[in-house]
Design a protein around this ligand. Structure first.
Ligand code: 5AD
Ligand code: SF4
Length: 447
């Protein structure tokens, strides 16, 4: 077997893609290895959302070049280097120009062609290959029956791309237009995952709740209907989905949060800012009131649901008053946990050329204030779990002897001890005894 090293940056969709690349390359003799030093094939799966993504990719590539050269000097073996993901999509030929020793550049919609691209790489001559097209036959059609799953929890991509064009975001450019995967291929992959012992599936998409597809009866299904159907798979116990857009939160999906017990009471619903003016310049296509209404409706259908979100702090033109509006909104919603990021320029997006960029130190102090409130809310939410019983899926061993880590229905990490063996993948109830910022501890409730 040849050794394959994959370094993954960014979101869950990239992690899913990396798993798929590994599955895809296995029949071609590549076995995943966790060290790059002696790898025959190195794949860097890049993310364009992170700050200075492009520069970071080039410096990472510089380090890899040194490793690859060292290996060649020592062993005479050449390593193939492929750059995948959103920076590959956005930079394309530029990567070949700045790092001509890179063998393959492949975009997120084209990695099904990796085996073919690898076969074309000639170890003696310098000939690199690039494929960053958005193919007309979606990659999922090429990736059927590639499930090669370990562990009780798995991702399943059902939707890709985005048509929303928020003015700060690169996704519509790097991942392309919204595409919904057909129902049959989703159900097939879900069943394959279950056959491999998976108990929890997280449905993925940049705009996962925009997913829709036609079924045999010519009816168009939305995400709520899909979740209801997936819940019929007996061995599947936990269903999650991420990430959603407020405008696509339709009634069927909200009803599923009341009616489908396997759908976890957790909703990641980004708003990005609590100021209507900023939402307008972000081109979010909804205002604060509409967002609050969606959350209220969801809470009416499932009062215990945990709400999560994303915030961008220091978007061009943001004033202290706008930031205060974000803080007011956070206080009104009461998040179980949320992510907040300093606005950073993504070349090629409309906000990047705004002349009203916020000063870095102002951004830093606003971010600190927002994060401190979010941290308090998270701790408060976790503390409210003390003395209650949570249903958790046991994911893996903890670091301490006899310790296990599981995930609660509200997406909290829960540590507990047990003498029992072979409990990974089982569903158990935990009585929570202690709550921390990022985790809980407790004891198994034997029923
Ligand atoms: N600057 C800061 N954060 C960003 N995000 C997307 N683009 C940017 C940017 N230019 C954040 C948003 C999004 C999350 C995935 O990343 O909050 O929801
Ligand atoms: Fe980016 Fe906005 Fe689309 Fe989300 S909805 S992926 S933030 S453009």
């Amino acid at each position: 077997m040849k050794k394959l090293f994959i370094k993954t940056h960014g979101c869950q969709m990239n992690f899913y893609d990396s798993e798929k690349m590994a599955d895809l390359l296995k029949p071609h003799g590549y076995q995943v290895d966790d060290s790059p030093e002696d790898a025959d094939l190195i794949v860097i799966n890049t993310c364009h959302i992170r700050e200075k993504a492009v520069e970071k990719t080039y410096s990472e590539l510089g380090r890899i070049r040194d490793q690859v050269n060292l290996r060649r000097e020592k062993t005479g073996k050449k390593s193939i280097v492929a750059v995948a993901g959103c920076v590959a999509q956005a930079q394309g030929k530029e990567i070949m120009k700045r790092s001509p020793w890179v063998d393959i550049v492949v975009g997120p919609q084209s990695y099904q062609n990796l085996p073919e691209l690898i076969a074309k790489v000639d170890p003696l001559t310098k000939n690199n290959h690039i494929n960053i097209e958005f193919p007309t036959i979606p990659k999922f059609d090429h990736l059927k029956s590639l499930v090669n799953k370990r562990g009780p929890s798995a991702f399943l991509t059902i939707q890709e791309g985005c048509d929303k064009f928020c003015s700060f975001c690169v996704v519509p450019y790097t991942r392309g237009a919204e595409y919904s995967r057909p129902i049959k291929s989703i159900l097939d992959e879900a069943n394959e995952l279950i056959d491999k012992g998976v108990k929890e599936i997280t449905l993925l998409g940049q705009n996962v709740n925009a997913w829709n597809a036609e079924w045999k009866d010519n009816k168009v299904w939305g995400l709520g209907r899909l979740i209801t159907e997936l819940a019929k798979i007996k061995e599947l116990e936990f269903i999650r989905y991420t990430t959603s857009h407020p405008l696509d939160m339709d009634l069927e999906l909200i009803e599923a949060h009341r009616d489908v017990s396997k759908l976890m009471p957790y909703l990641h619903l980004p708003i990005q800012s609590g100021s209507d003016g900023i939402l307008r310049s972000m081109n979010r296509k909804h205002n604060v009131k509409e967002y609050i209404n969606v959350i209220e409706k969801v809470r009416n259908y499932n009062p215990k649901i945990a709400i999560s979100g994303d915030f961008i702090i220091g978007f061009p033109g943001e004033t202290d008053k706008d930031n205060q509006a974000t803080i007011d909104l956070i206080k009104e919603i009461q998040y179980s946990q949320a992510y907040s990021f300093k606005y950073s320029i993504r070349p090629g997006t409309p906000a990047a050329i705004s002349l009203n960029q916020v000063n870095e130190s102002v951004k830093n102090s606003r971010l600190q204030e927002v994060q401190s409130i979010l941290r308090d809310q998270q701790l408060e939410f976790n503390k409210n779990s003390i003395n209650s019983s949570l249903k958790i899926l046991v994911l893996r061993n903890g670091k301490k002897p006899n310790q296990y880590l599981g995930r609660s229905q509200y997406n909290q990490s829960v540590y507990f001890s047990s003498e029992e063996k072979n409990i990974i993948g089982s569903t158990i109830n935990i009585n929570v005894t202690e709550a921390f910022q990022n985790s809980l501890t407790g004891n198994i409730v034997h029923i």
